[in-house]
Design a protein around this ligand. Structure first.
Ligand SMILES: Nc1ncnc2c1ncn2[C@@H]1O[C@H](COP(=O)(O)OP(=O)(O)OP(=O)(O)O)[C@@H](O)[C@H]1O
Length: 739
């Protein structure tokens, strides 16, 4: 390791001179950006901003390019610079020294945004621009005119150090080469609570996937820690750069396994200057409702599999509880009697051509027709149109339709599945008794806890697509509804009131509620229309159930896709069915594939242990090469069940001394209650977490508790244990509990 990397007097003078040289350039960049910021204010003050919204927008951009590069403008220079400076590592992170055959030497600086000086000379090139590609693509075998690639390590605007990679066998005499290479430096450092961007050290094979064609479906596969997630996120930033108009207006959706995952990655894109991307966990894809709970494996399997669609189809066509069974009334002096059987026929007929929540008019029409058939033999004096008018205007008919065909929230249909009798009816010939019970119990659990599970959300989406959105009520009806609600405010736990006059149905919330009732919590807020995106990025794609593929697919029908996964880490047990649903989501879009084979996360000693475990049961697992050795092997200890809390506490203490960053105690449900207190050892640094929630995450060190139980409790069995064993970057302790 190089001496200059440690603070203090040990920096050799030639390194200090290089740092000072780079500092001078960085200073120039910041002062130019400050000027650019002032110019933006001027330009806006002069009213040029008008051009933004009309068709002269392009010309306006060109005009401003004369002042400073467009990218800097996109960043609203001053404002964005301030936020970049505050939160992230340096704006300028790289330098290329090139030697072209004909043109001689050239120096290019690479950064998060492009900046030019007064003479329009580039001071920094955006990392995504073609002129920056050699920074990532050059290798000693194919140097692309690069002599030296340098990574600048900065904090705010201060250059702390440099790391060089030489692309030629020997450096020219006038060129100083510093450090062991930036990649190793980046990999050995402490992991924070959140993923960092890798913009300074993207490797060539990663760069190829990042800059690949935006069309169709890009599949990125590779074993644990191979950078799939981070590459996919940089690809999202690249797509925004290369076709901002399309992707910013159409939107990019990033879907990951859990909210812990979205919290973990949420800073990567902003650190690259992009904050227009929508991040969602699988339990959060449907607007208006969230599911975070994890189901028991049997229930998760039933809910994820496509057979559930037929169950939902039966449920969604059924009568809501308490719906009237017949219509009896007098219209124009004639008795109308529509009994249960006839009403069911009408229901079936209407639903053949209409979604329930959009069928109100069709229902009234069909009821009117049926009534007309009944009364026609007895009326000589009335024509059909007149009868239908009177039927439709009849108050009793109106009241009947309101009850018999009331708007149905898709979540209500799921809650009907908590009733054993209904579940039996809907699942007959489709599910085994055990599966039907698992389904019924999981919905009863939702009603008990007031929380949806992650798997439920895909079902909400499916039923929502069947029923159509609940329509707004006409204005005059809303007032009535609102008053009724406001009368009982305290009963509902209302904390704040803002009467907005646009309240409709049980959603579109104009006041905040904190309902004590579990059912009410489950139905809070309105389900809105599935939004379509221009690009959909799915991480941990191997975990999506068929129903989840359908849910995500609805949001990407016209999109291009980036799909990231590793089959060996799968927690979804029925691979073939998921593949079918995934293919359906992609349709006939063309595909390109990239494979990552270097594990950048785990020290080799840790990964060897994990690889051995997965190979025993999944011989064809995609095993990457771990590039970093620490000489420290995982500690594997056998612990009696009674001593598990002490052992976990002790192991965590030792690891806290050995690493600087986060330590995770990964424990199956069976032990978690006993281990909660371990997090108190170092709040913020230690967390106790279930194996499924570690997907996509990493820590400096982990304590993996009871591997056998992790395998037993997880729907993906050994594959989920493999996930747990590949989360530690530097140290791992495994506590085995003999059965
Ligand atoms: N070129 C790189 N430079 C520096 N760090 C890198 C590079 N590529 C990957 N990494 C680091 O390697 C770690 C693993 O990356 P990432 O989480 O994207 O892998 P993954 O393939 O998605 O893993 P998993 O499938 O196990 O969730 C991260 O800390 C990431 O920052």
């Amino acid at each position: 390791m190089t001496a200059h990397r440690t603070a203090g007097p040990v920096v050799p003078p030639e390194v200090a001179a290089e740092v000072a040289l780079e500092q001078a350039h960085v200073d120039k960049v910041y002062s130019e950006l400050a000027k650019a910021g002032r110019r933006v204010e001027l330009v806006e003050a002069e009213g040029l901003a008008r051009g933004r919204t009309d068709r002269t927008g392009v010309a306006r951009d060109e005009e401003i390019t004369g002042l400073f590069e467009r990218d800097a403008l996109m960043f609203s220079a001053g404002k964005r610079r301030a936020s970049l400076e505050q939160q992230y590592e340096g704006l300028v992170f790289g330098r290329l020294d090139l030697d072209h055959d004909k043109r001689g030497r050239e120096v290019r600086y690479i950064g998060r945004i492009g900046v030019r000086d007064d003479d329009y000379e580039p001071l920094v090139i955006d990392w995504r621009a073609p002129a920056a590609s050699a920074f990532y693509q050059a290798t000693p075998v194919e140097p692309m005119d690069v002599l030296r690639r340098r990574v600048l390590r900065c904090r705010d605007a201060v250059v702390l150090g440099v790391e060089d990679d030489l692309m030629v066998a020997e450096a020219p005499d006038d060129m100083v080469v510093v450090g062991d290479g930036a990649l190793m430096a980046a990999l050995t450092r402490t992991r924070g609570a959140q993923m960092r961007d890798i913009v300074a050290t993207i490797q060539r094979h990663q760069d190829e996937a990042i800059r690949a064609s935006s069309r169709g479906v890009t599949e990125i596969t590779g074993g644990p820690g191979t950078g799939k997630t981070v590459v996919a996120l940089h690809r999202a930033a690249y797509l925004l750069y290369s076709d901002r108009r399309r992707y910013e207006s159409g939107g990019i959706l990033v879907v990951g396994p859990s909210s812990a995952y979205t919290a973990y990655i949420e800073r990567v894109l902003p650190s690259l200057g992009e904050d227009t991307v929508t991040l969602r966990s699988l339990g959060d894809v449907v607007d208006g409702t969230t599911g975070a709970r994890l189901d028991e494996p049997e229930a998760a399997r039933v809910k994820g599999s496509l057979t559930i669609r037929r169950v939902l189809s039966r449920a969604a066509r059924d009568l809501p509880p308490e719906a009237p069974q017949q219509l009896r009334t007098m219209v124009a002096g004639h008795p109308v009697r529509l009994d249960r059987q006839l009403l069911q026929q009408i229901r079936r007929r209407v639903l053949r051509h209409h979604q329930h929540n959009l069928a109100h008019d069709a229902v009234v029409e069909a009821l009117g027709e049926a009534a007309w058939v009944q009364v026609r033999p007895h009326v000589a004096s009335m024509e059909k149109p007149e009868f239908l008018d009177r039927f439709e205007d009849h108050l009793e008919v109106e009241a009947f339709v309101q009850d018999w065909w009331r708007p149905i929230d898709p979540r209500e249909v799921l809650l009907w599945l908590a009733e054993p009798a209904r579940v039996r009816r809907y699942t007959q010939d489709l599910l085994s008794d055990a599966d039907a019970d698992a389904l019924q119990q999981s919905m009863a659990e939702a009603l008990r806890t007031g929380e949806w599970s992650a798997a439920d959300i895909a079902l909400v989406d499916d039923v929502s697509a069947r029923l159509g959105l609940v329509q707004d009520k006409p204005r005059e009806e809303r007032g009535f509804y609102q008053i009724e609600e406001l009368d009982n405010l305290s009963d509902y736990g209302v904390t704040e009131v803002e009467v907005a006059g646009s309240r409709s149905q049980a959603a579109d919330v104009t006041y905040e509620r904190n309902p004590a009732d579990a059912r009410e919590r489950l139905l809070l807020a309105r389900i809105s229309k599935a939004e379509e995106y221009a690009h959909v990025l799915v991480d941990e794609a191997q975990d999506l159930s068929p129903m989840q593929w359908r849910m995500v697919g609805r949001r990407g029908r016209y999109a291009s896709w980036t799909v990231v996964g590793d089959a060996a880490q799968s927690s979804w047990p029925v691979e073939a069915e998921a593949l079918e649903a995934r293919n359906e989501a992609f349709g006939s879009k063309q595909r390109q594939r990239f494979h990552m084979s270097t594990n950048y996360r785990n020290a080799r000693e840790i990964f060897d242990y994990a690889a051995e475990v997965i190979r025993r049961e999944v011989p064809d697992a995609d095993i990457p090469d771990a590039v970093r050795e620490t000489g420290v092997h995982p500690v594997v200890t056998s612990v009696a069940p009674d001593s598990i809390a002490d052992a976990a506490q002790e192991a965590t203490k030792l690891l806290l001394d050995e690493v600087q960053g986060a330590v995770a105690v990964v424990a199956p449900a069976r032990w978690r209650d006993r281990l909660g207190h371990v997090a108190d050892l170092a709040p913020g640094r230690v967390m106790v977490i279930d194996p499924m929630s570690t997907k996509g995450l990493e820590y400096d060190a982990t304590v993996v508790v009871d591997p056998t139980e992790i395998t037993r409790e997880s729907p993906g069995g050994i594959r989920v244990l493999y996930v747990a064993l590949t989360r530690a970057a530097h140290r791992m302790t495994v506590l085995e509990v003999p059965s």
